[in-house]
Design a protein around this ligand. Structure first.
Ligand code: SF4
Length: 446
């Protein structure tokens, strides 16, 4: 259980020197209890007190890293129950299964399918994070061989899915230095698995059926000296999984219940690709740090990754593109400029529609701090003078021979002022929605 501010205070040096930031030891103790300070800020705390206070100063959900280098994945280290309270920090890692009982060519194709799960949407790269190699063969040598092949064919960090200690040992011999995630320990094998994970210094998934058994098993693994833990409460139907994951997160964040202060891993169970994607989206929304799934159907994986991306952005910071003037297609002397804001969703929607019209044009993205057209206009960030200045700054006078600019229909009111501000450019009022760009372009610029 978490310590209160007064309990923490009793263990502090009581010098009231303020070197930690707050003016007194008591104020520091209160900040520590509230998760707003780090024990490291006090240089005088004794080793004994440090050990006692560790649970109070540790993050509510442990930070676990899987993999190495640029593709390393950080799990957990979250502080919020709800995204709107602040933000979620480390997006759910999506893992895709490879079974070790596949024939060689099937294994090669499967790894390729997983490696190919890369997307670009609204200017952002959407990637998957992990390959989960499953020991379906129940053969340690076969498992290690599959792990070796995956290592040779993919740079993605691995989840080693086996409850067989010998198979885990054999696989870790192949990839131990790559910092994989070992999955898993259960009530029967936890001692051997914990010792193995500790010896190889890799994180271990601890699985039990139900929250009480899980808390007990986590405590046993911690008592063996291994704290790099990811938890799996075993639920494989969606409603129970949501209830369990929410309880784990709530107890970890609100009550600082240390047995649940670890990232959550789960597996999807649906067999239909679309249902599996929906199931995974629920787990992404409700606190899973790793979701292991089977389908590699891009048509269902992309929306899932888009959903994840939406959840893990900072709700107070809109996604934006760089301000500037960009040609779309082979621009010519008739090509107009469509003006829009640097809110990325708006910008890429306009870009998509201009491309779809097949009539070359420029797009001018005006920096509105990532606000959409109407919001920016209401906030005074999308005005005629500013648009004219941005056009000039990015070479509009030299590049755009047509001297024609198209305003979004929603801000038609700016047309007169913009004509004046641009020194006589032809200002046209475009459609209210980007979907109207193709018919508008065909009538005016074809
Ligand atoms: Fe107290 Fe340590 Fe802070 Fe000094 S640095 S005020 S001793 S908690």
């Amino acid at each position: 259980m978490a310590l209160s501010g007064l309990e923490i205070y009793k263990q502090l040096p009581k010098k009231n020197c303020a070197e930690c930031g707050p003016p007194t030891c008591l104020a520091f103790a209160m900040a520590l209890a509230g998760g707003k300070a780090s024990l490291d800020s006090c240089p005088y705390v004794s080793d004994e007190a440090r050990a006692n206070l560790e649970s109070a100063s540790a993050p509510p959900i442990a930070k676990i890293t899987v993999g190495t280098g640029d593709l390393a994945v950080v799990l957990g280290d979250e502080t919020e129950l709800f995204r709107h309270d602040k933000k979620f920090y480390h997006e759910t890692a999506m893992a895709f299964t490879v079974n070790d009982d596949l024939a060689d060519d099937e294994l090669t194709n499967r790894i390729k399918e997983i490696n190919d799960l890369k997307f670009n949407r609204v200017g952002l790269d959407y990637n998957i994070q992990l390959i989960a190699v499953q020991n379906k063969s129940n053969d340690a040598a076969k498992f290690a061989d599959a792990v070796k092949k995956v290592k040779e064919a993919s740079a993605l960090p691995m989840v080693l899915v086996t409850e067989d200690v010998k198979a885990a040992e054999a696989a870790l011999e192949v990839v131990g230095g790559d910092n994989p995630l070992l999955c898993g320990a259960n009530s029967s094998n936890y001692e051997a698995m914990a010792n193995l994970a500790k010896a190889k210094d890799v994180a271990l998934v601890v699985k039990a059926d139900g929250l009480n058994d899980l808390a007990e098993l986590v405590d046993k693994v911690v008592a063996l000296g291994h704290k790099k833990i990811v938890v799996d409460p075993g639920a494989r139907d969606v409603s129970r999984a949501i209830a369990d994951f929410t309880q784990i997160r709530r107890l970890a964040i609100k009550k600082k219940f240390r047995s649940f202060g670890f990232p959550i891993l789960t597996f999807t169970s649906a067999t239909d690709a679309l249902e599996e994607s929906l199931e995974a989206s629920v787990y992404v929304s409700k606190y899973a740090s790793v979701v292991v799934m089977n389908t590699t159907d891009k048509a269902v994986v992309l929306p899932l990754l888009a959903w994840r991306q939406n959840l893990y952005t900072d709700p107070q910071v809109p996604i934006r593109v760089q301000e500037g003037l960009s040609p779309i297609g082979e621009v010519n002397e008739k090509s107009p400029v469509y003006v829009t804001t640097n809110f990325s969703l708006t910008y890429y929607t306009v870009q998509g529609e201009v491309e779809a019209s097949k009539i070359p044009a420029y797009i001018l993205a005006v920096d509105t701090d990532g606000l959409s057209v109407l919001t920016a206009y209401a906030d005074g960030k999308f005005e005629a003078d500013k648009i004219a200045n941005v056009l000039k700054k990015h070479g509009g006078e030299e590049q755009v021979k047509s001297r024609t600019i198209v305003l979004p229909g929603m801000v038609a009111v700016l047309s007169g002022k913009l004509e004046e501000a641009t020194g006589g450019w032809k200002v046209m009022v475009g459609p209210r929605e980007a979907s109207g760009i193709t018919p508008f372009a065909k009538v005016n610029f074809a």
